[in-house]
Each structure stands twice: as structure tokens, then as C-alpha cells.
Design a protein around this ligand. Structure first.
Ligand code: SF4
Ligand code: SF4
Ligand code: SF4
Length: 281
């Protein structure tokens, strides 16, 4: 039976296939899950793991990587990981790597930031959208973009792709209880995984040309093609299901305008095919 600490390692996006987590002994998986649970889930890559918090957690457990590299987590996260790893004397706990932001007196972590687009300057190029790991930016081509501040984690990943430098970072102050922080981290982890799965589906949709590709998207593309050799039961079915969904959507749209027996039969057959694929996923 799946332990509650390992739940977060189930049904991972294919970006993480290279970690081969499901092949590891249960106690090692549980340790990775516990370290991952300590991390802020900002997915900023400042720990030198551009794919986010989970690969860093795995590197700490599997490769003995220093556990003090989570910049937004600061000393509280470094201490929490030390405790999880049973390094429990403060004398031997590492000092967290410094942040460019000052330490917040209440949380003892680096001050949190949020991104804000100067909407008058935005040219609607859409380059910031694929960079955001939690889908906090909305907008369409040639139109001004907006960030949902409540969803923004302040990871700063949208700053570099913006060609007109119209995204500012503002510091925020807030008090958050430990249970609230845990719930927020679970939510962010889920949002990131949903983002990765959605991008995987978009990449598989050949009818949708995508001129803007983020670094993570490029890696996902790579992971998907490698997975075709490694894990036919997952990656191949994921891509096939995404293609089926696209065809189904198109047919549904056509049928909503005009009934057509042949198209209706084709739709039902595709829906049945998708259902059987989803069972296999
Ligand atoms: S939040 Fe911390 S662990 Fe996660 S990606 Fe950023 S630096 Fe790495
Ligand atoms: S809006 Fe920018 S700073 Fe905020 S989460 Fe998205 S990429 Fe990160
Ligand atoms: S990258 Fe900058 S200019 Fe382009 S849509 Fe985003 S905020 Fe606007």
C-alpha cells in the first residue's frame, strides 16, 4: 500500500522519468518525499536544479548533494531538511546559501517577492507565459499580459524572457502558519505538475504550432521522445491520448454546429479509444 509520504511521488510528469524514482527502494522513496515536503515548491531552479524542487530533493538523498541550497527556503528549510536527514545537532547543520533579498524577521526566510507586469509597456509577445511554472500569467498574442499575484510564487523565471523588461518584482510581507504553508506547498507542487502535463500534451499536438518554447518545454519534449523507448506504457500512451483529445475536441466542435452521422460515429470510436488508453495510463 502507498504510504502517505509517498503520495506526492505518484503519477509524476514525464519530466521526472529520468530520476527513475519508482525503481528505488521504498525507504529511499520515502526519504525523497520527506525532503521534497520541506521544500517551498517555488520551482525557481536557484538550487541549480532547473527542473524544480523534486530533482533537488532526489539529488540530496541519492547523490549526497548539500542540503543548504534552497535560496527561497533560507535557513528554516535547511534546518528542516537536516532534521529529516537526522542531522539533528545545530552545530553540524549547514548555513543556508544567501539570497539577494533580506531576511524577513517573522518567517526568518528571505523576503518573498511577487512579479508585476507594467501593463502599459507590455507588447503582448507571450514569451513570459511558458516560463511560468505555475501558470500565473494570462494573456494572448499582441495583447497586454497580467499576472495573478495570488498564484505567483516570485520564482523570477518570467523576468529574463521579457524582451522589453516590463516585469517588476515587488516584495511582500505576510504571516503564514505552518499548516497554511504546508497546504500552499502541496498546491504549488500540484500546479507545477499540472503545468508540466499540460505542456506535454501541447507538445504532442502537432496541429498547434508553438513558436515560443521554454527551457523546461524543450526538456519535456526530449523526455517524451526518450520515454518512447523507456516506458511505452506511459509516455507513448500520454502522447497518443493527447492527440486523440485534440481530434475529439475538433469533432465535438463541428458536431455542435451541424449533425453528421459519419462524424458522430467517428467521435464515439475515438472516445472509446481514449477511454481504453486512459485506463492504461
Ligand atoms: S524552491 Fe528551493 S528547492 Fe525548489 S527549485 Fe527553488 S531553490 Fe530549488
Ligand atoms: S509570474 Fe513570474 S515570478 Fe510569478 S510564478 Fe510565474 S514566472 Fe514566477
Ligand atoms: S514577456 Fe514581457 S512583453 Fe512579452 S507578454 Fe510577457 S510581460 Fe508582455
Amino acid at each position: 500500500m502507498q504510504s502517505s509520504t509517498n503520495i506526492r511521488l505518484v503519477n509524476l510528469p514525464i519530466l521526472f522519468d529520468a530520476l527513475h524514482i519508482d525503481t528505488l527502494p521504498a525507504d529511499i522513496q520515502a526519504k525523497i518525499a520527506r525532503v521534497d515536503a520541506c521544500l517551498p515548491q517555488t520551482q525557481c531552479g536557484l538550487c541549480e536544479h532547473p527542473d524544480g524542487c523534486l530533482p533537488y530533493a532526489a539529488a540530496i538523498v541519492l547523490d549526497g548533494e548539500p542540503y543548504n541550497k534552497c535560496v527561497p527556503g533560507g535557513q528554516p528549510v535547511t534546518n528542516a531538511i537536516a532534521q529529516t536527514l537526522d542531522i539533528d545537532t545545530l552545530d553540524t547543520t549547514l548555513t543556508a546559501v544567501p539570497s539577494q533579498w533580506p531576511i524577513d524577521a517573522t518567517s526568518e526566510r528571505p523576503t518573498e517577492v511577487r512579479a508585476v507586469i507594467r501593463e502599459d509597456d507590455c507588447i503582448g509577445c507571450t514569451k513570459c507565459i511558458p516560463a511560468c511554472p505555475v501558470d500565473a500569467i494570462v494573456g494572448t498574442g499582441k495583447h497586454m499580459h497580467t499576472i495573478f499575484t495570488d498564484l505567483c510564487t516570485g520564482c523570477e523565471l518570467c523576468i529574463a524572457p521579457c524582451p522589453v523588461d516590463c516585469i517588476d518584482l515587488v516584495t511582500i510581507e505576510r504571516e503564514i502558519s505552518e499548516p497554511e504553508r504546508i497546504a500552499e506547498q502541496e498546491d504549488l507542487r500540484q500546479r507545477y505538475h499540472t503545468h508540466l502535463k499540460r505542456v506535454t500534451e501541447q507538445l504532442a499536438d502537432t496541429s498547434n504550432s508553438r513558436p515560443v518554447v521554454s527551457m523546461v518545454e524543450a526538456k519535456l519534449n526530449n523526455a517524451a521522445s526518450q520515454s518512447l523507448n523507456i516506458s511505452e506504457s506511459q509516455a507513448k500512451n500520454t502522447i497518443a491520448a493527447a492527440k486523440l483529445r485534440t481530434k475529439i475536441k475538433k469533432l465535438e466542435k463541428q458536431l455542435s454546429v451541424r449533425a453528421n452521422d459519419k462524424k458522430q460515429a467517428e467521435l464515439e470510436s475515438l472516445q472509446a479509444e481514449l477511454e481504453s488508453l486512459q485506463v492504461a495510463l
